[in-house]
Design a protein around this ligand. Structure first.
Ligand code: MF3
Ligand code: CO
Length: 262
């Protein structure tokens, strides 16, 4: 892939994406109040739909590649693209809610993992590992670096927590399309891949698992599960690259400045 395939964003364009990402951030924060044992994944989807409506945002998932739902709710062994429905969360279940929405056609994308009630020790470790691996990937998302630095930071962090990264599931550029170049691999060597340059806006969204990292798709055509039945967790953020800083559009407090000489 060449750099020319990447649609770099101007600062007014980043502002449009930021607006959508702020809504994603708000909804993902609010959801922590609702995700408790007894709630269904369908109810979580309804809540998201109402919150999108209230914020004048539109879900981007319905119809995307034929996707039939508003959001993705991926429970326990489901890694991504779980379909909301009648499934009831029990104590200790771990669920990822993934939200893509747009305002006036500019998309924001984010996901967060929640534990309903109290998780066991392994579930808590997986949760923390996913959080730390995503943060490490975000820290490596800086002008002057290379795309490969991100996957290197992610998978080495995951390994320190005794978790694997599902390397078939990648992040992506985002803007007026849900998925754009560049592809962000979550397992990579450092110093390889495209240079990271100002104007890039992309997601960092590693899916971690306690198992091998192999996956398969269920008969519903969407739910991607761990092949070995181990639990999975994912945090996703949309980041914007500036010359001296990186802004995490879906979580302002994770933004950082850096010295490009360093
Ligand atoms: N964040 C996920 C992704 O980038 C969400 C996809 S949901 C879909 O692939 F409906 F758009 F497929
Ligand atoms: Co995404």
């Amino acid at each position: 892939m060449r750099n020319e395939d990447v649609r770099l964003k101007t600062s007014p364009e980043v502002a449009r994406i930021r607006k959508s990402c702020r809504v994603v951030e708000t909804i993902l924060n609010d959801l922590s109040n609702y995700i408790i044992p007894g709630i269904t994944t369908g109810k979580i989807s309804e809540i998201c739909e109402e919150l999108m409506d209230a914020n004048l945002a539109h879900p981007s998932a319905p119809g995307y590649m034929g996707y039939p739902e508003i959001i993705c709710t991926s429970v326990n062994t489901v890694a991504v693209h779980g379909l909301p429905g009648s499934e009831i969360l029990g104590n200790g279940d771990i669920i990822t809610v993934d939200i893509i929405l747009n305002i006036d056609g500019w998309h924001g994308d984010g996901a967060c993992t929640y534990i309903a009630g109290e998780g066991d020790a392994d579930t808590l470790r997986l949760y923390r590992a996913a959080q730390e691996a995503t943060k490490a990937g975000i820290k490596a998302s800086r002008a002057g670096g290379r795309i490969g630095d991100i996957g290197y930071a992610v998978f080495t962090t995951a390994a320190r927590w005794g978790c694997s990264v599902i390397d078939e599931l990648a992040g992506h550029g985002i803007g007026q399309a849900v998925h754009e170049d560049p592809v962000i691999m979550h397992k990579s060597e450092s110093g390889v891949g495209l240079p990271i340059v100002p104007g890039m806006v992309f997601t960092v969204e590693p899916v971690l698992t306690l198992g091998s990292g192999k996956i398969k798709t269920l008969g519903d055509g969407w739910s991607v599960v761990s092949a070995d039945g181990e639990k999975t967790a994912q945090f996703e953020h949309t980041v914007a690259i500036f010359s001296k800083s990186t802004e995490v559009l879906t979580r302002r407090e994770l933004s950082f400045e850096f010295d490009p000489e360093f």
